[in-house]
Write a protein of this length. Structure first.
Ligand code: ATP
Length: 304
């Protein structure tokens, strides 16, 4: 059974194509990441999935039912975090949560209190006084409060401080283990790698990759930042690691895009006496840059 399905979903704003022929299926029980840069069409897709806007062509289904027109009872099984959380300015967070609870058959507020506590949210302030991050926390609690079967979250991690973001991802994993399917959009590869089973990469309204997180393009790339302890390493030693360039703002530090398998990378690094070393996965920008310019892992070429 698919929790979410789209078939050749297409949506224009005037002449501007926001989403083109987007087809994907999210299995019941999955955590699915929807990743892409600004303007890729993530919010548009989410709004189509919820039936908030209509497609120009194609189909969006939730639990096998087409949206719109199906909605009604279906929405009680879905939790939704919009990109921008909004509410009457004079309402407190608690007022808003009690108001939202009226839409659902909820057995008490214990789970809400737990979320409030774990996300360090103060529910007794007025909405207009909440920062962007606190509005996001309020939206997250509202999306999770009725223990939905499907959670659709538009950039849940953005705007949250790192410790709260970690706690949120822990909560998401816990509720997934209890049976909730989660679909969330993000700019962050790290978030996808942290908790997703599968992910889709979108750019300019088109899907450029969908699959298990382990098979995301760019997984074979590592960004190495290093500073040698002794004399500057030879060009040969640096070339062995990958494409190296000195970081202009940090003399003596090099940034290297390496495609070496991990063991080879480590053994090549041991030949250099190092003062500083940092190895990270590529950022989304680096990944898209790489997709534009190279064949990536496994030799597949992606046209973006
Ligand atoms: P971000 O990461 O910046 O939130 P996104 O991936 O969510 O971006 P969308 O907001 O879905 O992308 O936008 C997709 C495209 O549709 C963009 O080119 C955007 O400018 C355009 N767009 C979105 N909403 C509207 C609108 N209401 N009217 C006109 N164009 C829009």
């Amino acid at each position: 059974m698919y929790a979410v399905e789209t078939e050749q979903l297409t949506r224009y704003y005037g002449q501007n194509k926001a989403i083109i022929d987007l087809s994907m299926s999210i299995l019941d029980g999955e955590i699915f990441g929807f990743i892409g840069p600004n303007g890729a069409g993530k919010t548009t897709t989410i709004r189509l999935l919820l039936g908030l806007i209509k497609p120009n062509s194609g189909v969006a289904k939730i639990f096998g039912k087409e949206l719109p027109p199906a909605g009604g009872k279906l929405y009680r099984r879905v939790g939704y975090l919009p990109a921008e959380v909004n509410c009457y300015p004079e309402m407190t967070g608690r007022d808003f949560l009690e108001y939202a609870a009226g839409f659902y058959n909820m057995n008490g507020f214990q789970w809400v209190e737990e979320l409030v506590d774990r996300l360090s949210f103060d529910p007794d302030k007025k909405f207009h006084s909440y920062s962007h991050g606190n509005r996001k926390k309020l939206g997250i609690i509202q999306a999770l409060m009725h223990k939905p079967l499907l959670l659709i979250l538009d950039e849940p991690g953005s705007g949250l401080e790192p410790l709260i973001r970690q706690e949120l991802f822990k909560i998401l994993e816990e509720i997934n283990q209890r049976g909730t399917t989660i679909f969330f959009s993000t700019h962050s590869l790290e978030e996808v790698e942290q908790i997703c089973h599968r992910a889709a990469l979108v750019k300019q309204g088109s899907m450029i990759h969908i699959g298990p997180v382990d098979e995301l393009p760019g997984r074979g790339i590592r960004i190495v930042t290093l500073k040698a302890a002794g004399p500057q390493p030879s060009n040969v030693a640096m070339d062995r690691l990958g494409e190296a360039e000195e970081i202009p703002s940090r003399p003596g530090y090099y940034r290297i895009v390496s495609r070496l398998p991990v063991n080879e990378l480590i053994s090549s690094l041991t030949r250099i006496e190092l003062e500083y070393l940092r190895i990270t996965d590529p950022s989304l920008e680096e990944l898209f840059f790489d997709l534009n310019n190279h064949s990536v892992s496994g030799g597949a070429t992606y046209h973006v």
